[in-house]
Design a protein around this ligand. Structure first.
Ligand code: PGA
Length: 255
């Protein structure tokens, strides 16, 4: 359980530098004075510099959507965590389901990306979640374990404080079909108990992601196992994003 809610906006491949800069300026004006919510954003790589420079000196952290397992070399199209750190980037998503399903990233690669992000001093937001077919065939916990285990194998007592898990059922991402409170609670409890079995230096931090919007966020955030949310679609519409921040601000932490 974190002492503050955490709301991460995953912009995906939206808001190029020309749109990202005014969007970041608006966030700077309207989303910095929060008392119980940390607000983080992950612009696409091409917009990182613009957003990081607009938001530098503010409490809003800027992250990448992926990070490579090596620091330099012949890896066309990839981004080193050292380059991200140079830009003022503080964290990176790893293992987002779009990376796993559209780009074939394996759980082992996700773990290697996580390991290198942590070595470079970044925080890693590790995304895990089952497909609809896996849920229907009662494979949810097996899938979560398969995705989480290699990551936990590379985390040590020092780096555990910089690991966040995002539970994102694949069938709930971008579909408008949010998981039920029971499904969220069960998955988060499973993730927390898996984390606890490793005797790491601090408790698990687990976000929910998948069709979060201002209509469903409050009840999700009230679940005691939920530390915040990873939000796609609603994070690039400024009104919806500001509403989500207000909802988090109205929700006591640790409910
Ligand atoms: P969504 O995306 O909020 O649009 O469902 C969430 C995500 O992919 O992280």
């Amino acid at each position: 359980m974190r002492p503050r809610h955490l709301l991460i906006g995953n912009w995906k491949m939206n808001l190029g530098p020309k749109e990202a800069r005014p969007f970041a300026r608006e966030l700077k004006a309207k989303a910095c004075a929060t008392s119980r919510t940390d607000v983080w954003v992950t612009p696409p790589t091409a917009s990182l510099e613009a957003v990081a420079s607009e938001l530098s000196g503010t409490p809003i952290a800027v992250g990448a959507q992926n990070v490579h397992w090596a620091n330099a070399g012949a890896f066309t199209g990839e981004t080193s965590p050292l380059f991200l750190a140079d830009l003022g980037v503080k964290f990176s998503l790893v293992g987002h389901s779009e990376r796993r399903t559209l780009f074939g990233e394996t759980s082992e690669q996700v773990a290697q990306r996580t390991k290198n992000a942590l070595s470079a001093g970044l925080t890693a937001v590790v995304c895990i979640g089952e497909t609809e077919a896996e849920r229907t065939s009662q494979q949810t916990e097996a899938v979560l374990l398969e995705q989480l285990t290699p990551v936990l194998d590379v985390v040590d007592a020092n780096s555990a404080v910089r690991v966040i898990v995002a539970y994102e059922p694949v069938w709930a991402i971008g579909t408008g079909k949010v998981a039920s409170l029971q499904e969220i609670q069960d998955a988060h409890r499973f993730i927390i108990s898996t984390w606890n079995s490793r005797k790491l230096s601090r408790p698990a931090v687990v976000l929910y992601g998948g069709s979060v919007n201002p209509g469903n966020f409050s009840e999700i955030l009230r679940l005691p196992e939920v530390d915040g949310a990873l939000v796609g679609g609603a994070s690039i519409k400024i009104d919806q994003w500001l509403s989500l921040i207000s909802i988090a601000e109205e929700t006591p932490v640790g409910q």
